[in-house]
Write a protein that binds this ligand. Structure first.
Ligand SMILES: C[S@@+](CC[C@H](N)C(=O)[O-])C[C@H]1O[C@@H](n2cnc3c(N)ncnc32)[C@H](O)[C@@H]1O
Length: 327
């Protein structure tokens, strides 16, 4: 018997079929409409994903990237909590279910999952896509609005991916507080922009005040050492481009890099990385330059040379976002 396809491949195949039957021009127009809605000030008073064409465009165009970003954040979190496997999972503003797929890719197996969103067409399409995964067929797709009235059943893991941007400041606060009250662990992912980072830092501070410890990316739960406005902490996940991407964006690159910012926090003990590589390492002749965020809260550039032996070999393999030194 063949082994079941891993979640990432399963998802790719399910998404590839989504736009079948839709004329290519119509598909690119739906994507262009969507990009326009996310440009500038994102509306917070009514759903952006209004109908099947909007959500099919979202799923085909953005879901592979949000899936990879959430998966990368969850992998870093899993490294910091090696003995922990989430039971129940709740995904807030889950849309078409990218985070449910990502959780399943990191910790396989069936678990109770609730995906909550206010856009019914997104939930309906999420359910359709999830039919491709035996482990996601029983996901509960719940239509609710994130806001002051939001209450959540207790759960192990709450994920919030690419949602804070669509909420008012008051609703962001309500969401983080509701997540902190309900969950043992909270993972939040945002676009890797200065604004995305600023929203994350706000959420990070709230989680710490609520008694959480930061598991990743930060090597500590103290204040972020980046002086506000001078830089922003973010990472990069590689995403294979679909034919729709090539159609909309032109060019023939087989992949693109999704920039994202994240925070993963838990109420239980965590083992954060000693240091984290916070920029793409620079490989020079005989040396590697690593920009590190360190457990003694500070940012430092380390120069690892051939004289460091095995550590130099490890530095040549180190990637942006990795723990340093590798365990
Ligand atoms: C950019 S999409 C992200 C979807 C999914 N989390 C992902 O990573 O692919 C933002 C989602 O947040 C949902 N959303 C925005 N504001 C909301 C609110 N006030 N209540 C519930 N859902 C909301 C939208 O409907 C949409 O599905």
């Amino acid at each position: 018997m063949n082994a079941p396809a891993p979640p990432a491949e399963n998802l790719r195949a399910a998404l590839a079929g989504l736009l079948d039957g839709l004329p290519p021009r119509q598909a690119s127009q739906a994507v262009e409409r969507l990009i326009a809605s996310y440009r500038g000030a994102t509306p917070t008073d009514a759903p952006i994903l209004r109908d099947r064409a909007d959500v099919a465009a979202y799923a085909a165009y953005r879901m592979p990237a949000t899936f990879e970003a959430v998966r990368a954040a969850l992998e870093a979190f899993a490294d910091a909590v090696p003995a922990w496997v989430p039971g129940a999972h709740t995904d807030l503003g889950g849309g078409t279910g990218a985070a449910a797929w990502a959780v399943n890719a990191v910790w396989g197996g069936k678990r109770p999952v609730t995906v909550l969103d206010w856009a019914e067409p997104a939930l309906a399409l999420g359910r359709e896509i999830a039919a491709a995964s035996p482990e996601l067929r029983d996901v509960r797709w719940q239509r609710s609005r994130i806001g002051a009235a939001l209450t959540l059943d207790s759960t192990d893991l709450v994920t919030v991916s690419y949602v804070l941007n669509e909420l008012t400041a008051a609703d962001r606060t309500a969401l983080v507080d509701a997540a902190a009250a309900a969950a043992q662990a909270v993972v939040i992912v945002e676009p890797g922009t200065p604004d995305g980072y600023a929203r994350l830092i706000e959420a990070r501070d709230r989680l710490i005040t609520a008694g959480f410890r930061i598991a990743a990316p930060c090597p500590h739960s103290a204040a972020c050492p980046i002086a506000p406005g001078t830089d922003w902490c973010h990472f990069s996940a590689r995403v294979s481009r679909s034919s729709l991407h090539r159609q909309v964006k032109g060019g023939s690159l087989a992949y693109e890099d999704e920039k994202f910012a994240y925070v993963a926090a838990a109420r239980f003990p965590v083992e954060p990385a000693a240091n984290r590589v916070v920029r793409r390492p620079q490989i020079r002749k005989g040396q590697v330059l690593l920009d590190l965020c360190e457990s003694e809260p500070s940012l430092r550039r380390a120069t690892v040379t051939k004289r460091h032996g095995d550590l130099y070999k490890a530095a040549r393999d180190a990637d942006w976002g990795d723990a340093w030194p590798p365990s």
